[in-house]
Design a protein around this ligand. Structure first.
Ligand code: 2AM
Ligand code: CA
Ligand code: CA
Ligand code: CA
Length: 266
């Protein structure tokens, strides 16, 4: 697997930030935690990791734009390129000592995602993809799962947070999907959830109310692993709407069909 120079820059940034997160993960009780919104926590570990990623990426490509969860967006002088970064995806897990969190880095060129990295430092799992070059977990080429029906499938989801997404709608979707699948999982890191779809660990996934940095890298991982990703309406406005439905061609379509079922009135 030959990585481009740009992907190498992204991998090095993710690993460096991951080392910082790994150190802080061992001492979560010493972190300063503040609340950004209902259920949305941020710590100095998030901010340190973002600074590391930002410094590495901006050093390598000073003209690119930078969108990160924990800092003001930088509009680059190069209008075509933008980094999209979540320095710590799964902060709630991290702060609870649960080893399910990741650094997520994507590169957008002319509004298309062309490279993505998702790194879980707690498990040393590094997911990478470049457009047209396939998706990998460490050195292993990835392929989405082959199951064709929901009744055989394990489906991941995210529960919309207070004030984002629509709880009532989610509970209806959950009831519909739960009645049809082999199992439901809610692991708490959207970037890893999407990486799990790319790796065939999850047969499908859906969540709403997300931000571009949660999903940009994972979308490319899935497409490069032969999978399908859309927004909840089946369209391509995933980053803009923050809603995502993913799987192989059969499971992604089956999830969209479930979503279209009418909400029962009570
Ligand atoms: P975070 O840990 O970077 O905040 C879990 O369902 C996913 O939702 C995670 O990717 C998490 O990213 C994100 N998330 C957590 N709290 C959130 C909130 N209050 N609003 C929107 N997204 C949130
Ligand atoms: Ca957050
Ligand atoms: Ca996130
Ligand atoms: Ca985050």
């Amino acid at each position: 697997m030959a990585r481009s120079a740009l992907l190498n820059v992204m991998v090095q940034a993710a690993i460096k930030a991951g080392k910082s997160l790994g150190r802080d993960f061992g001492e979560v009780q010493n972190l300063q935690v503040s609340v950004k919104g209902p259920g949305d926590f941020v710590s100095n570990a998030d901010r340190k990791a973002e600074k590391i990623v930002k410094d590495e990426l901006m050093k390598a490509r000073p003209t690119y734009g930078f969108l990160g969860e924990e800092s003001e967006e930088i509009k680059g002088t190069d209008g075509a390129h933008r980094w999209i970064v979540d320095p710590l995806d799964g902060t709630t897990n991290f702060l609870h000592g649960i080893p399910q969190f990741a650094v997520s880095i994507a590169l957008e060129r002319n509004n298309e995602i062309v490279a993505g990295v998702v790194f879980n430092p707690a498990t040393d799992e590094l997911y990478t993809a470049e457009r047209g070059g396939g998706a990998f977990l460490n050195d292993r080429r990835l392929r989405v799962g082959a199951r064709r029906v929901l009744s055989d499938s394990v489906i991941g989801c995210g529960v919309p947070h207070l004030g984002r997404g629509n709880h009532g709608k989610f509970l209806v979707e959950l009831r519909h999907v739960m009645g049809e699948v082999a199992g439901i999982r809610r692991l708490g890191s959207a970037s890893l959830d999407l990486a799990y779809v790319a790796a065939g660990r999850f047969d499908g996934f859906w969540e709403t109310g997300l931000s571009a940095w949660d999903i940009a890298a994972g979308i490319l991982l899935i497409r490069e692993a032969g999978g399908y990703v859309s927004d909840w309406d089946g369209g391509s406005s995933i980053l803009e709407t923050g809603s995502v439905v993913a799987g192989n061609e059969y499971i992604q379509k089956a999830l969209l069909d479930v979503a279209k079922r009418p909400v029962p009135s009570r």
